[in-house]
Design a protein around this ligand. Structure first.
Ligand SMILES: [Zn+2]
Length: 457
């Protein structure tokens, strides 16, 4: 029987840095799944700059599950270091990844100039080369790789274009999930059922906990809008550009067009989020049935009265001249940088305004300090008294929680021989692996970073 070696290069023992290597020496085939940035650790910058533990020139193909930077952020470095194979993803993933890589390069350049951080570890030429090597495959196009392998993408339901990749040889296969969506999502389709497979590498960000109810979140958003309108204030929402911005726009679209809240000026003040929203418009074929029906009935889900996309700096600065009530969505999502800082500097000191946090705020960020109730913050050298109303909505997570991860894997329990629980903190991954063993008698383990296993594949 043929053998494939699976190496957990990155994304083992941790959420970020997704990078999995599959090799078969007999047919001289090397495949990678994802090549993401390490994020949120003290030595992350160093890890991102380190040489890869394999020779990039030996890799024949790189499969990309989705465009989040912890799955794509080191691809230009892979190319810079000698990778000359092909890259495959869905078309939407390629388009969004192009934006994310350019943005990542800009952010690194900014930090190098302003704060003396090290220079970016790739440049714009590496990004251009990367995109030239990048081919696209639709979901369920089965393509021959080499060495007798075939590959197929399944919808992961996580963000637009997100895919799991199934790699098959003969009668046997492995599925690598990338990130798995918190289905149902308001816009994109549900995660597809896991097809029968012998091996599974699955994510486990929320492997040890369940989400609060999703149902309450639109009601809470509505409340935050209504209260701010009643006080004639400004509602500031720090947002991530990808997926959460589009979901919020869609929910505001529904609230305003259905007359649930009064129509007030709404600004999307983030060039990256505006560009990503354009890509969401381009790929309506990936939307779920309900949204597709709304669009067929004539609704543009990212357009409603008094919504403005403020791309230029001048337009952004002019938002201040518009009297409240108004709503401003701006990046970044944890107030670590971006235009939202200008709005926070302006609006945090007035109790008639509202700051609405829509996701997890990492300890150490300004967003987390505000969530924890600090009374004073420093933004661009100015001390600001925090008097704004602060609200926090959970339930916008784009990841499956523990129960749903368990259900997902159980779909293939009759064929599964081994599950590798990855892309989660050790505590989350271990808990999920334990549940898979206890509930379904599935052989599940948590691989260590750098660990190699031999598969009958
Ligand atoms: Zn992701």
């Amino acid at each position: 029987m043929s053998k494939t070696t699976l190496t957990f290069v990155g994304g083992a023992d941790m959420v970020t840095g997704s990078n999995f290597l599959l090799t078969d020496t007999e047919s001289d085939t090397s495949m990678l799944v994802d090549c993401g940035l390490f994020q949120g650790c003290e030595d992350c910058d160093m890890k991102n700059r380190e040489a890869f533990p394999y020779n990039p020139a030996d890799i024949d193909i790189l499969f990309v599950t989705h465009a989040h930077i912890d799955h794509v952020g080191r691809i230009p470095k892979l190319v810079k270091d000698g990778f000359r194979g092909v890259i495959w993803s869905t078309p939407a993933t390629k388009d969004i990844a192009a934006l994310m890589l350019e943005d990542s390069f800009k952010v690194m350049t900014f930090h190098a100039k302003k704060e003396g951080a090290p220079e970016p570890f790739f440049d714009e030429k590496d990004i251009a080369k990367t995109l030239a090597m990048w081919q696209t495959r639709e979901y369920h196009d089965t393509s021959n790789v080499q060495g007798g392998y075939t590959a197929e993408f399944f919808d992961a339901g996580h963000i637009l274009g997100s895919a799991m990749v199934k790699i098959t040889r003969g009668e046997r296969s492995i599925v690598l999930t990338g990130d798995l969506g918190n289905s149902p999502s308001p816009i994109i389709r549900d995660t597809e059922a896991l097809p029968p497979t012998q091996y599974l590498v699955m994510e486990s960000v929320y492997g040890d906990r369940n989400h609060e109810e999703k149902e309450g979140r639109t009601e809470y958003l509505k409340q935050a809008v209504e209260e701010t309108i009643a006080r004639k204030g400004t509602l500031v929402i720090p947002v991530f550009s990808l997926e959460r911005t589009q979901v919020l726009l869609y929910e505001l679209n529904n609230l305003i067009e259905e007359g649930e809240v009064s129509s007030v000026p709404v600004f999307l003040d983030s060039p990256l989020a505006i560009a990503v929203t354009d890509i969401y418009r381009k790929y309506q074929k990936y939307y779920n049935a309900d949204v597709s029906q709304e669009i067929a009935a004539g609704d543009d889900i990212f357009s409603f009265p008094k919504l403005s996309f403020t791309e230029s700096r001048d337009e952004s600065m002019d938002i201040n001249k518009i009297p409240g009530p108004k709503i401003v969505l701006a990046g970044s999502g944890m107030s670590g940088g971006g235009r939202v800082l200008h709005h926070e500097k302006r609006y945090l000191s007035d109790p008639k305004n509202t700051l609405l946090l829509v996701g997890y705020q990492v300890p150490g960020t300004l967003g987390r300090a505000l969530q924890d109730g600090v009374k004073e913050v420093t933004i661009f050298g100015d001390t600001i008294q925090v008097k704004v109303q602060i609200k926090h909505i959970t339930g916008y997570s784009a990841h499956k929680d523990s129960d749903h991860l368990l259900e997902f894997a159980a779909d293939a329990k009759d064929s599964l021989e081994k599950v590798f629980v990855a892309m989660g903190e050790l505590k989350s991954a271990s808990f999920l692996a334990q549940r898979l063993r206890d509930f379904y008698d599935i052989d599940a383990t948590v691989p260590k970073a750098g660990e190699e296993v031999i598969l009958d594949l």
